[in-house]
Design a protein around this ligand. Structure first.
Ligand code: ATP
Ligand code: MG
Length: 369
């Protein structure tokens, strides 16, 4: 049995990371479908599926909780043995929920949620999406409704952004920053002095009202941030079990693929998370055997035009073969770097796309073949 199939059948969490546009959402959806096909209760957590994929899966924005994908989809995908829920993560909603849960009283929660700074948080702070994805995952790991959660990570420039996200957010909410903003007796002596300075500067620049909002925000969010950080640490602990969790890197056959793979693997291992392997998407290494055009294809008495056409075709085919060889070499290199316990797998480009049922079933099959 293929290693990825084993993961789909026995793991609890698979996280798909990768640079922008490489095929994370496609891979995550394919894996989720493969899980449902093997009889598991699967949840696909995604941040921003393409419009067509969202339509296919029937996921809408701003849903409060995961929704089952339409039954007709499961029937068409021969996946009725299991179940498939999808949820399009809304960072704001997840943050609001944490605020509700972690605030001392509903009134405090309501005040914080109405704060203008808070409302800007998801947009303002790099790492918020990644952080809330971890937070959502934390909740779903505790509740027994799903056998397998597939996490599709947010679009980002770099595959490592997702892993760095929580840390970047922690840095933003660094204790020293709180100290500067915390009003009155909660701040240290230095904090108070700086706070007075900031007060004067900020009220001068933005006006008193904005500064007060900032203070209120930092004051109220401090405790929540500590709780969120605790959850993130707990989630990370839960995610460190190599028996049930895998972090996959989805990559494309670009020149930087090997470098990305190297950085990703080290980062994942540095964080104490289980490395699951590489999915090389849109790779010619996954193609079917190709035939080189030759004279025998032309019959007994080919015309000059046919012979010249054939020569041109041969040159094209040679170029194509060279590209196939390159992708195969890349896959071989990734296989070696992945090591025995991990996956290195090539997905072809599906000519009709990978966002409708037919395409996604092909993705699911190729991933677990
Ligand atoms: N192997 C494939 N064959 C055909 N089309 C593909 C394949 N992989 C991905 N696609 C298509 O490429 C587009 C981008 O893929 P996808 O949305 O999965 O990338 P992503 O990494 O999630 O992007 P983002 O970083 O924006 O979230 C989609 O339209 C998808 O259907
Ligand atoms: Mg995506």
């Amino acid at each position: 049995m293929s290693r990825l199939r084993e993961m789909v059948e026995s793991h609890r969490v698979i996280v798909c990371c990768g640079a922008g546009g490489v095929g994370k959402t496609t891979t995550a959806t394919g894996l989720a479908l493969a899980g449902a096909r093997s009889g598991r209760r699967v949840l696909a957590l995604t941040i921003d599926p393409s419009k067509r994929l969202a339509q296919t899966l029937g996921v809408a924005r701003n849903l409060k909780e995961p929704a089952p994908v339409p039954h007709s989809f499961l029937v068409a995908a021969e996946a009725t043995a299991g179940s498939l829920h999808a949820w399009m993560l809304d960072p704001q909603l997840v943050a609001d929920r944490s605020v509700d849960k972690l605030s001392p009283t509903p009134a405090v929660a309501a005040r914080l949620k109405a704060n203008r700074m808070y409302k800007q948080l998801a947009r303002m702070v790099a790492g918020m999406q990644e952080y809330t994805a971890m937070e959502a995952l934390h909740g779903f790991l505790d509740d027994g409704a799903y056998d397998l959660v597939i996490l599709d990570t947010p679009p980002s420039r770099n595959a490592l952004d997702f892993l760095d996200g929580p840390r970047r957010l922690e840095r933003f909410f660094d204790g020293r920053i709180f100290q500067l903003f915390l009003p009155g007796e909660k701040a240290s002596f230095i904090g108070r002095a700086a706070s007075n300075l900031i007060h004067r500067a900020m009220s001068g620049v933005f006006g008193e009202a904005t500064y007060l909002e900032l203070q209120e925000f930092f004051g109220a969010f401090e405790n929540i941030m500590y709780a969120l950080t605790r959850n993130a640490l707990r989630t990370r602990e839960k995610l460190s079990d190599a028996e049930t969790v895998a972090f996959l890197l989805v990559t494309s056959p670009a020149p930087e693929a090997l470098e990305d793979a190297h950085l990703f693997r080290h980062k994942v291992e540095d964080l104490g998370l289980p490395f699951g392997g590489f999915v090389l998407n849109r790779s010619l290494a996954a193609g079917v055997a190709r035939v080189m055009p030759d004279r025998s294809m032309l019959g007994d008495a080919p015309t000059a035009a046919e012979i010249s056409g054939l020569a041109k075709l041969r040159r094209l085919a040679e170029l194509e073969w060279a590209a196939v060889d390159e992708d195969r070499a890349l896959l071989a290199e990734l296989t070696e770097r992945a090591g025995p316990g991990a996956v290195a797998l090539a997905l072809p480009t599906f000519p009709d796309g990978a966002h409708d049922i037919g395409g996604l079933v092909q993705v699911a099959r190729s991933l677990t073949a």
